[in-house]
Ligand binder design. Structure first.
Ligand SMILES: Cc1cc2nc3c(=O)[nH]c(=O)nc-3n(C[C@H](O)[C@H](O)[C@H](O)COP(=O)(O)O)c2cc1C
Length: 209
């Protein structure tokens, strides 16, 4: 049974829901799970005791939660030695303007480059606009920004844009990758070289995959 850590950062709670959905699916696939908020992570929590790690974080003003950035920076080497994946939650992905799409990709790439982490897979997931949970000031500011992009501006209700089927499919891909890695660890083929993961990324030498 693969042991998987899902470490997440959230500001308004939506990435927690995504982390829980990923966790639920991985559990159904037979993995043992720890789902932990980066802000509340014990100081000795590292990737070492896990077969795979998923990090999920949301973009707020063009960056991710500080607790996630710190944890990934600190554990990048250990993350690179085992299958790991990054889930980036944002709203920019919903915009049709190519600049908006590019900005989202740049934010992700900058984070990964600065930390030195090389996840085998990254997924950008559309988040939510929980207007009813915002303070009046935040509601006003966000509504103005969203109005400029043609998004939903009815602040009396919440909007959720996440494709839950895609989130669960991603979790299943990871579970299948983990079980293959586990199989390879147990009985390595005589001339194993550069096995290709279900994510289409060749496993790096030195990886456990
Ligand atoms: C103050 C604020 C700033 C945001 N900044 C960005 C941004 O720069 N780019 C983006 O694509 N989405 C941005 N978003 C959208 C969030 O990523 C989205 O609402 C996400 O679902 C938040 O996840 P969370 O509830 O886990 O914090 C912002 C949202 C808020 C409230």
């Amino acid at each position: 049974m693969s042991r998987v850590l899902i470490l997440y950062g959230t500001t308004d709670g939506h990435t927690r829901k995504i982390a829980e959905a990923l966790g639920e699916t991985l559990r159904e696939e037979g993995c043992a799970l720890d789902v932990i908020d980066a802000k509340r992570a014990p100081s000795n929590l590292g990737p070492e005791s896990y077969d795979g790690v998923i990090v999920a974080a949301s973009i707020h003003i063009r960056t991710y939660q500080r607790a996630v950035k710190r944890w990934v920076l600190r554990h990048a080497e250990a993350l690179n030695r085992r299958p790991s994946a990054f889930v980036s939650v944002c709203l920019g992905i919903l915009e049709h303007r190519p600049e908006a799409q590019q900005q989202v990709q740049e934010i992700t790439q900058r984070f990964l480059q600065r930390s030195g982490w090389r996840p085998v897979a990254t997924r950008t997931v559309a988040g939510a606009l929980p207007y009813t949970r915002y303070s009046w000031l935040k509601k006003w500011v966000i509504r103005r920004i969203v109005a400029k992009t043609g998004g939903d501006t009815d602040t009396t209700r919440d909007f959720e844009y996440t494709d839950w089927d895609d989130v669960r499919a991603f979790a299943r891909e990871l579970a299948s990758h983990l079980s293959r890695s586990e199989g390879r660890r147990r009985s390595p083929p005589p001339h194993a070289s550069s096995p290709t993961s279900v994510f289409g990324v060749a496993a790096r030498s030195g990886d456990r995959a």
